[in-house]
Design a protein around this ligand. Structure first.
Ligand SMILES: [Zn+2]
Length: 462
């Protein structure tokens, strides 16, 4: 039993990118602690929640993208929650009737079933500080009431690695929808994992993409070890220590009933009429998997290129713009050069000033032979790092090739005259000498020539 099979289920909480909180108009963006609060998100007696429609729109779009059945009527419930990070002593969430149910997301050829997608409010952040006997906790209520969408999978994820791919795929979908706030701290998960012959263990409150993977891997190894030593994996709830990279026991698993859900009397039921639903369906973008399939059919791309180009919506747009100019160059510039530069510099295209117009402009210059490959690449690097459009950069630095000029021929003649020995060697078949001569010409012209054109001229002098 080297690699026992595992079953993993995830409950993933993602922050929706609305401007205000889920049940009040406090802004979701605030830097100073406890400055974005009101009587609703602080739970003052008599205060009444008002539902944020945009958050509902976003949650429905997430459920649609995950192939869920949308409940045409749903409501909110109070979940008993007696901790200082929710001042009301209950959390408004959805229990009996969520936004969507019974969906799936295909990952590595396996359909991972989605049990439900629902909306809930985030508690405040607790900051534990001090040392020795003087340890205390601070509460920042800015987070209290931030809208979260919770995505609950069935335990159909097959390994910690499969879970990582699932998270990748899910973030891709959410990125395409443009409904979630980027950044690690806004992604939290409860992870269920069991291995063959053992009970299910829940690892609670794991924060961040990386930590979710680490928690699953370390818990898988722990369960494997317990089983290998002849022990039994017991049903329990554990926490995850990100610094130690290990899980630790918290408590024996409580059941859902312990939370004492009751319907939230201060909010009316939400009815999703067909008009609302169809307008949201109309706003749904073509998602990455669909787009990759279309790229293969429409442009004849290999599967690898199609998937890489469809990964990020902005990259896909830039590629499609450039493909209108020249398909082969567009594939080369975007999937090889541009993505290479972005990966190397750990940048997302959304964090740069790169747009479709800039990349198409460069492809046009390349197509008409007005820029050398080296300078094209240099201009892309500048574009990614400094935001100067390639055409502008090449013009400003005098790096565009004047295709009508006789300057190239003159430079070739000059170089050959000064290096007649190398030219002679080339005539007797030495390829290295040819490359040496091309290099000299390119240097003389400061790269403002097309190496292929230079080669042709030298070959013509043979
Ligand atoms: Zn508020």
């Amino acid at each position: 039993m080297d690699k026992p099979k595992s079953r993993i289920g995830l409950e993933i909480h993602v922050q929706l990118s609305t401007e205000s909180k889920l049940f009040c108009s406090c802004p979701t963006a605030a830097s100073e602690p406890n400055t974005s609060t009101c009587e609703v998100c602080l739970g003052f007696p008599g205060s009444k929640p008002v539902l944020n429609k945009k958050a509902v729109d976003y949650a429905i779009m997430v459920a649609l993208a995950l192939n869920c059945r949308i409940n045409t009527g749903f409501f909110f419930s109070r979940k008993t929650y007696f901790y200082p990070d929710l001042a009301k002593n209950f959390q408004i969430t959805q229990y009996e009737a969520p936004v969507g149910e019974k969906g799936f997301l295909e990952v590595d050829g396996v359909k991972v079933n989605i049990r439900r997608v629902h909306l809930e409010e985030d508690p405040a952040s607790l900051i534990h500080t001090g040392s020795g006997s003087n340890v205390y906790s601070l509460v920042d209520y800015n987070r209290s009431g931030i809208p979260l969408v919770e995505i609950v999978t069935e335990p159909g994820i097959q390994s910690p690695e499969h879970a990582r791919h699932f998270m990748d795929e899910l973030l891709k979908v959410l990125g395409y929808l443009g409904v979630y706030t980027h950044g690690d701290s806004v992604l939290k998960a409860d992870c269920n994992i069991s291995i063959e012959g053992g009970e299910r263990v829940e690892v609670k409150n794991v924060t961040g993409f990386r930590a979710i993977q680490d928690a699953l891997s370390s818990e898988y190894e722990r369960q494997k070890k317990v089983t290998a030593e002849g022990g039994l994996v017991e049903r329990e709830t554990r926490g995850f220590d990100a610094e130690k990279g290990a899980t630790y026991p918290l408590r024996k698993k409580e059941t859902e009933d312990d939370y004492g859900y009751i319907a939230e009397p201060d909010l009316v039921d939400v009815e999703v009429d067909p008009k609302w639903l169809s307008s949201l369906k109309g706003r749904m973008p073509e998602l990455a998997a669909e787009k990759a399939r279309r790229f293969m059919a429409q442009y004849g791309l290999r599967e690898y290129d199609a998937k890489v180009l469809a990964l990020d919506m902005n990259v896909a747009d830039v590629f499609e713009g450039a493909a209108k100019v020249d398909l082969q160059l567009a594939v080369r510039v975007v999937s090889r050069e541009l993505l290479g530069i972005l990966n190397y510099n750990k940048l997302a295209i959304s964090g740069t000033k790169i747009d479709s117009k800039g990349i198409s402009g460069l492809v046009e210059l390349m197509k008409s032979g007005k820029v050398s490959d080296r300078n094209a690449k240099e201009s892309l690097i500048r574009y990614a790092l400094e935001g100067v459009a390639p055409k502008e950069f090449l013009e400003k630095n005098g790096l565009l090739i004047d295709t009508n000029s006789s300057g190239v021929e003159e430079a070739v003649k000059g170089v050959v005259a000064e290096n007649w020995q190398a030219f002679d060697e080339f005539r007797f078949g030495n390829q290295k000498s040819l490359n040496f001569l091309i290099g000299l010409v390119m240097r003389r012209l400061k790269g403002k020539a097309d190496a292929r054109q230079v080669q042709k001229i030298i070959e013509g002098m043979k």
